[in-house]
Design a protein around this ligand. Structure first.
Ligand code: PHE
Length: 452
C-alpha cells in the first residue's frame, strides 16, 4: 500500500466483513444490555428497533454512498458533494468524533483484555454469588496502572493490526468468529435460562412496560442505534470510499444490520436471565456484563474454556470495531498530510490513547470527579454517542437528502442495485428516511437534550 493509491476492497465480501467487523463490537455486546437495563427493558428495545430501521439504516446507506460516490473520506467527500468549505469542516468534525469514540472504546476494550487474562488464569469460574462478581469487577477497575496499561495495550494491538497487513485476515476471520460468538451465546442463553427466576429477565426484555421509559430514552435509543452501526463519525463514509461504484449497497448492508441486531438481542437474553436470577439490579450500568457472565461461567461444566473463548471473541470483535473508528483519522492524515499509512496510524493511535487517559482514570484515581452523578468516562461517552454522533449522522443525511439531492442519490444507488428502481418500496423508504424522517427525528432528539 502506498500513499498515492487509495486502498480498495477486492470484493463485496471484503467490504461486508469489514463493515460487519465495525458494527459488531462492544456496542452490541457490552453497551446494548446495560443501556436497555437502565431504560426499562422491552419498551426501550422497541424504540431502539424503530430508530435502527427507520433512521439508522437509511443513514447507513447515505454515509456509505457519500464515500462510494466520491471515493473520498468524510472531509473531502462532504466537500465534493456539498460544494463548499463549510461542508468540508462538517465532514472533518466526524473525523474528530471518531477519535473521541475510539478513546473511551479502547478503555472498555482494555477491560475485556483484563477479563480474558483472568479467564485464562481460571478466576472467572469461581463465583458463588453475585456480590463476589461485583466486588471482583470493582477491585479490577480500581487500579489506575492496570487499567491504563490495558488501554494502551489494546490501542497498540489495534495499531499493529492497522499497519501490519494482518487486518484483512482478521476481518475475514469473522467468517469463523461470528458463528463461534453465536455458538457461545446460545450456550450462555440456554444455561442462563435454566437458572431460577431467569424468565423474569426474558419478560423484562420482551414485555413492554411503557411506564419504565425515562425521558432520556429517545436520545439513548437513537445514540445506541447510530453507535452500533458505526454511524455519525466518518467510519462508514471512509469504508464506502474503498468500495467500487458497482456494489449493491442493500445486499452489503442488510446482513450487517440484521446480524448485529440479532447478536445484541441474544446478548440481552443471556445477560438479563442472569441479572434476574441473581437478584442484581438491571440498571447497574457499564459493569453489567462483567458482573453477570462470570456467574454463569462459574456454574457450568465447560465454564473455563467458554469464558476464555467468549472474552477472546469479544477482544477480537472490539479490535475490528476500533480499527474502523481510527480509520477516518488515518485516511485524513494520509490524504491531507501525505503521510505514510504507518506514520498516520502511529500518530492517530497516540492521539486516541492520550484522549483515553481521563476515561481510564475515571473508575479509579479520578472517580470523585462527577457531573450529575456520572464519571468522566460516562460523560465523554454520553457527549460523543448521544450528541456528536447524531449530529454527524444528521449532517450526512442533510447532505445527501437536501444538498446533493435524494434524486441523484437514488440514481447512484440504482447503478449497483435493482432494488432501488423508480417507485419501488425501497426507494420510497430511502427517500422519506433520508429526506424527512431521519433529519426531523434527530433534530427533535437533539432539541430535547438541549432543553432538558
Ligand atoms: N459499532 C461499534 C460497536 O458497536 C463501535 C463503533 C462506533 C465503531 C463508531 C466505529 C465507529 O462496537
Amino acid at each position: 500500500m502506498t500513499t498515492a493509491v487509495r486502498d480498495s476492497w477486492k470484493s463485496r465480501v471484503g467490504f461486508i466483513f469489514a463493515a460487519l467487523g465495525s458494527a459488531v463490537g462492544l456496542g452490541s455486546i457490552w453497551r446494548f444490555p446495560y443501556i436497555v437495563g437502565m431504560h426499562g427493558g422491552a419498551a426501550f428495545i422497541i424504540l431502539y428497533l424503530i430508530c435502527l430501521f427507520a433512521i439508522g439504516f437509511p443513514t447507513l446507506i447515505a454515509e456509505i454512498l457519500i464515500g462510494q460516490k466520491t471515493q473520498k473520506g468524510p472531509a473531502e467527500g462532504f466537500q465534493e458533494l456539498g460544494r463548499s468549505k463549510l461542508w468540508k469542516n462538517m465532514g472533518f468534525m466526524s473525523v474528530i468524533t471518531g477519535l473521541i469514540i475510539s478513546s473511551f472504546y479502547s478503555v472498555v476494550a482494555g477491560w475485556t483484555i483484563g477479563y480474558l487474562i483472568q479467564a485464562i488464569s481460571g478466576s472467572l469460574v469461581q463465583f458463588r454469588s453475585s456480590s463476589n462478581a461485583k466486588l471482583f469487577f470493582d477491585q479490577f477497575v480500581s487500579s489506575p496502572g492496570l487499567i491504563l496499561g490495558l488501554h494502551f495495550l489494546f490501542m497498540a494491538f489495534s495499531g499493529f493490526v492497522l499497519v501490519s497487513g494482518v487486518r484483512k485476515g482478521i476481518e475475514r476471520g469473522s467468517k469463523i468468529m461470528m458463528p463461534l460468538l453465536f455458538f457461545v451465546l446460545i450456550i450462555l442463553i440456554v444455561r442462563g435460562l435454566m437458572l431460577p427466576h431467569s424468565w423474569s429477565g426474558v419478560r423484562f426484555l420482551f414485555q413492554p412496560d411503557w411506564s419504565l421509559l425515562t425521558p432520556s430514552a429517545f436520545a439513548m435509543a437513537l445514540g445506541q442505534a447510530f453507535f452500533t452501526l458505526s454511524l455519525g463519525q466518518g467510519t462508514m463514509t471512509t469504508y464506502g470510499s474503498y468500495l467500487s461504484k458497482k456494489e449493491d449497497l442493500l445486499k452489503s448492508c442488510l446482513p450487517v444490520v440484521l446480524l448485529n441486531t440479532l447478536l445484541a438481542l441474544m446478548m440481552g437474553v443471556a445477560v438479563f436471565s442472569i441479572v434476574f436470577s441473581a437478584g442484581l439490579a438491571p440498571s447497574s450500568g457499564p459493569a453489567l456484563i462483567f458482573e453477570t457472565l462470570p456467574i454463569v461461567f462459574s456454574q457450568i461444566s465447560w465454564g473455563y474454556p467458554l469464558s476464555i473463548l467468549f472474552f477472546s471473541l469479544v477482544v477480537l470483535a472490539a479490535i475490528t470495531s476500533q480499527i474502523s473508528a481510527l480509520e477516518p483519522a488515518i485516511a485524513y492524515f494520509r490524504d491531507h498530510k501525505k503521510w505514510s499509512r504507518k506514520k498516520s496510524t502511529i500518530i492517530t493511535c497516540c492521539i486516541s490513547a492520550a484522549l483515553g487517559i481521563p476515561s481510564a482514570l475515571s473508575f479509579n484515581s479520578w472517580s470523585g470527579f462527577q457531573i450529575k452523578g456520572q464519571n468522566l468516562c460516562e460523560c465523554i461517552s454520553f457527549f460523543s454517542v448521544n450528541i456528536l454522533v447524531p449530529v454527524g449522522g444528521m449532517l450526512a443525511v442533510l447532505l445527501v437528502g437536501w444538498r446533493w439531492g435524494v434524486k441523484s442519490a437514488l440514481e447512484e444507488l440504482r447503478q449497483g442495485s435493482q432494488f432501488f428502481e423508480k417507485g419501488s418500496l425501497l426507494s420510497q423508504y430511502f427517500r422519506i428516511g433520508i429526506k424527512f424522517s431521519a433529519p426531523l427525528f434527530i433534530f427533535l432528539v437533539l432539541l430535547d437534550l438541549l432543553i432538558s
